[in-house]
Design a protein. Structure first.
Length: 346
């Protein structure tokens, strides 16, 4: 299959690109190369005859039309998005423009291309979203594909809006779509402003490891390479018009996650003291959702897919990757806002 992957130089998008090329798909990586993108993420496949790159912004309709006409893909996997909740609190405009207007432009470009090609039966528009659109859970329960939307941050609201647009284009225009909503990802190439790499890099630097509130917020943690496998599974075998929740089946509170990472670092790179001694509780993020958890029944029963990596395995692999790839993360730490406390302007 020939794929266009939007956001293919980002964290999740690059994992999809690497895996798709490894499986023999022809991949066009469409990325605007904003602050969180890094072409080093796809360096391992950059010389493959199956890989090509187009620098373009999904807000640029003319560029999208040109790229679709040039490459004539059999599917679009839409991952390009502004995704950091704290940044959305400080500057929601970028999230509205990219996640909503950008998705609209891509849908219209895809629809025009699909119609122009004679509405080929095998074409797919796969929209990748987040479990944050469902809001916050209490101590029990899980998100299913039928959970009502209840977004609570500018980021999750913009992603919820994009989900609604994709469903509307399927219902109104017949565009062949599938949707997925994932839980928190982690793993190699994770941009240094997100929780897991922040903990690793602050610990190694001997700096305070910030934990919001009391660290009791719970997430379902999904290893990024498992997620890439699930996304290709949905693209190839998912039912048109259907959504699929993808989870890691690995719930953990933030404070427990931080302690796990510190313990792995204690073993792999012992310091003068226990890394957990660097944990520092800081003021919580505005509107911080208490708990997310995914019910993975549909993925398991319809598509026979389950995650293969446990949280302990994935964290060990992730910590080792950061220890082995210092030049990668050093180069990103000077980018705009990385290392600063964000999300306080509310």
């Amino acid at each position: 299959m020939k794929l266009i992957v939007t956001g293919g130089a980002g964290f999740i998008g690059s994992a999809v690109v690497r895996l798709a090329v490894a499986r023999g798909h022809e991949v066009v990586n469409l990325d605007a190369l904003t602050y969180a993108a890094c072409l080093e993420n796809v360096a391992s496949v950059a010389d493959s005859p199956l890989y090509s790159f187009e620098q373009a912004d999904i807000r640029d309709r003319a560029a999208l039309d040109r790229i679709l006409a040039t490459h004539q893909p059999g599917a679009i996997m839409h991952l390009a998005a502004e995704s950091h909740v704290d940044r959305s609190i400080d500057g929601p405009g970028d999230f509205i423009e990219t996640n909503i207007t950008g998705t609209y432009n891509l849908l219209e470009a895809a629809r025009a291309y699909w119609v122009g090609q004679g509405k080929p039966e095998g074409f797919r528009f796969h929209h990748i979203s987040t479990d944050e659109v469902f809001g916050s859970l209490g101590d029990t329960g899980q998100f299913t594909e039928d959970t009502p939307y209840d977004p609570r941050s500018p980021y999750s609201a913009s992603k919820a809006a994009s989900d609604h647009l994709v469903r509307a284009w399927a219902e109104t225009y017949g565009l062949p779509v599938v949707l997925t909503n994932c839980s928190n990802n982690y793993g190699p190439y994770h941009f240094p402003e997100k929780l897991v790499p922040v903990v690793i890099l602050r610990a190694l630097a001997g700096q305070p490891i910030p934990v919001y509130g009391e660290g009791l917020n719970v997430r379902d943690w999904l290893y990024v390479e498992d997620h890439a496998d699930a996304l290709l599974t949905v693209l190839e075998r998912g039912q048109l018009g259907r959504s699929y929740n993808i989870g890691g089946e690995n719930e953990a509170s933030n404070i427990d996650l931080v302690h796990k990472i510190c313990a792995i670092l204690d073993d792999k790179r012992p310091g003068p003291g226990a890394y957990a001694d660097q944990i520092t509780f800081v003021a919580d993020r505005p509107g911080h959702d208490l708990r997310y958890a995914i019910d993975p029944t549909r993925m398991r029963e319809e598509l026979n897919w389950r995650p293969s990596v446990t949280l302990d395995q994935g964290l060990e692999r992730t910590v080792q990757w950061y220890l082995d790839n210092e030049p990668w993360w050093r180069a990103l730490q000077d980018r705009h806002g990385v290392g600063e406390r964000l999300g306080t302007k509310a």
